[in-house]
Design a protein around this ligand. Sequence first.
Ligand code: SF4
Length: 211
Amino acid sequence: MENKTNKIDISHYVECTKVLGPYLRSALWVHGCRANCDGCVAKEMNAEKGTIYDVDELAEILIRVPHTEGITISGGEPFLQAESLVSLITEIKKARDYGVIVYTGFLLEELQNSKDENIKKMLYNIDILIDGRYIKELDDNIPYRGSSNQRIIELTDRYKDIMDVYYNKHDKRNIEINVTGNKVYMIGVPSEYGLKVWEDFKKKAGGKSGI
Ligand code: SF4
């Protein structure tokens, strides 16, 4: 990735999804992760080259999406590009009231203990953090997170009234298939069945997946 804070290295974004948190949300997959979790559904996507975006340009795109309540950021590892993400979120929040949900392979405590100011700033901008690496043996089919070690942590009160509906009710896992240009993407945390469907679909269509 270019070493400029007004640039961000991403794999993909979608303007609108229903399967990555409350309400309608945009979703962004930053590119690259060092964790290498067994069973990571974003492995292929991270292995490919990412796309460098201008932060302001990406912010403009997301600001203009109608009816979204906020964004879910995943990857890849968002905290490896904390500085760029802080700039992106700050730009969007200047224009809109915007909720931010982030998936990370780090633990909240690791992030809180970091001396990196950008990581601290990013934490201030997050409403819900889903933390910890994916552990295949602990995958319990609960929606919105991959394995039972991962925690869904409210860092603000923004979603407190709807936590039960979206996160604590333990409904089914849902995925969406998104076709952008000549590429196909899976969005969401897949169930075992959803993953099988996606794998079949991918063989036929070619595609990349991202939680
Ligand atoms: S599951 Fe998440 S933390 Fe683990 S390798 Fe994949 S992107 Fe990285």
